[in-house]
Design a protein around this ligand. Structure first.
Ligand SMILES: Cc1ncc(COP(=O)(O)O)c(C=O)c1O
Length: 357
């Protein structure tokens, strides 16, 4: 038995997707979003592969520090900022940039006796209702930042789009709210995520913040990644570890969730929810067996799945299996689990080795 579960990371695809995004970004600079272990692709290796990015964005302080410790020298933005004086010091020590989305964070900066200086990204909530100052709170927040005893290196303004993938109307309202709120302030801005960059509506801003598209998945339900000139960066691959005959009428796996309607050949592949494959995947979810599609049958177990290969002919122990990636879009598999590509990619578990190509 040669190759069991692994995630093959195509660094050429990462670079290609960055170039695709750059071509669509209207001259904006690119903060590559590499939070959550670069959406499962490996934080450090992804950032190193994306050396042409103008900066990186992460969610947590530890992610930023890890990037610095591995020699990443581009700007790194902490999308949630910091929450304690200790974190503030650490962020300064590693020259990280801070999103400021709450009065508590303004207060931390005001109370910083050591006078650390940062590039700050003041976040305005234009309708997402998650993080950010409401428009009426913005002028006061900006005034306080500009009056810090250790003045910021720069203040940039940002917001986040809630429905750039499916509601031009909502996006239009958010853009109007943002431009009205910041009117008269000559600061660089950042608005667009992947859907904001690749959607039909020009969103503007000097910086864009794509995540999902870098990894080669489409943010839109009605438009395939291929049609956006994006290539899948992760292929989740394993092998067949057994092939068995299941007579008509018998069931396969826990709960007997699949019953053979005919005499069937069933391939067992070494991947399960212990690797991050959702247990909720439906019977019939496509799996590539030796490069050809075959339907999942029965429940996903912790370490194994069963696939009906009756129609495929030659399938044996060691035949390669692909769960998603090249030849099988992760978005399609996500739909079969009632979720989104983001969750599948981020959910690849720690026991799955990442192999760079
Ligand atoms: C603030 C912020 N900007 C950008 C992104 C990237 O979004 P996407 O992966 O949809 O491009 C995210 C992702 O959740 C985010 O939270």
């Amino acid at each position: 038995m040669s190759r069991l579960i692994r995630a093959l990371i195509d660094t050429g695809a990462l670079r290609h997707n960055l170039a695709t995004i750059r071509a669509r970004a209207g001259g904006a600079r690119i903060l590559a979003v590499v939070k959550a272990n670069a959406y499962g692709h490996g934080l450090v290796q992804t950032a190193l592969a994306l050396a042409q990015a103008d900066g990186f964005a992460v969610a947590r302080l530890e992610e930023g520090i890890t990037l610095r410790e591995h020699g990443v020298s581009q700007p790194i933005v902490l999308l949630e900022g910091v929450f304690t004086a200790e974190q503030l010091r650490e962020a300064a020590r590693h020259e990280l940039e801070l999103v400021v989305h709450d009065a508590l964070q303004v207060h931390l900066l005001e109370a910083d006796a050591a006078g650390h200086r940062f590039r700050l990204w003041l976040k305005i909530d234009t309708g997402m209702n998650r993080l950010g100052f409401r428009p009426e709170q913005f002028p006061e927040a900006l005034r306080r930042l500009k009056r810090l005893s250790a003045p910021p290196l720069e203040v940039r303004l940002m917001t986040h789009l809630a429905r750039a993938d499916d509601s031009p109307e909502m996006t239009r309202r958010q853009l109007e709210c943002f431009s009205e709120t910041i009117r008269g302030h000559a600061c660089a801005t950042s608005i667009a995520n992947s859907a904001g960059v690749l959607g039909g509506m020009p969103v503007g801003g000097e910086w864009v913040r794509p995540g999902l598209a870098l990894y080669g998945a489409s943010p839109f339900a009605d438009c395939a990644a291929e049609d956006l000139d994006l290539r899948p960066a992760m292929t989740l691959a394993t092998s067949v570890i057994a092939v068995r005959f299941v007579p008509r009428g018998e069931t396969v796996g826990y709960g007997g969730a699949w019953r053979a309607k005919r005499d069937s050949r069933i391939a067992i592949a070494a991947v399960g929810y212990g690797d991050g494959l959702p247990r909720g995947l439906l019977n019939g979810t496509p799996v590539l067996i030796g490069g050809r599609r075959a339907p999942l049958c029965g429940r996903v177990s912790m370490d194994m799945i069963a696939v009906d290969v009756t129609e495929l002919g030659q399938v044996e122990v060691d035949t390669p299996v692909v769960l998603w990636g090249a030849g099988l879009p992760v978005e399609e598999v996500a739909r079969c689990a009632g979720t989104i590509a983001y969750e599948l990619l981020c959910g690849v578990s720690q026991r799955v080795p990442l192999e760079l190509r």
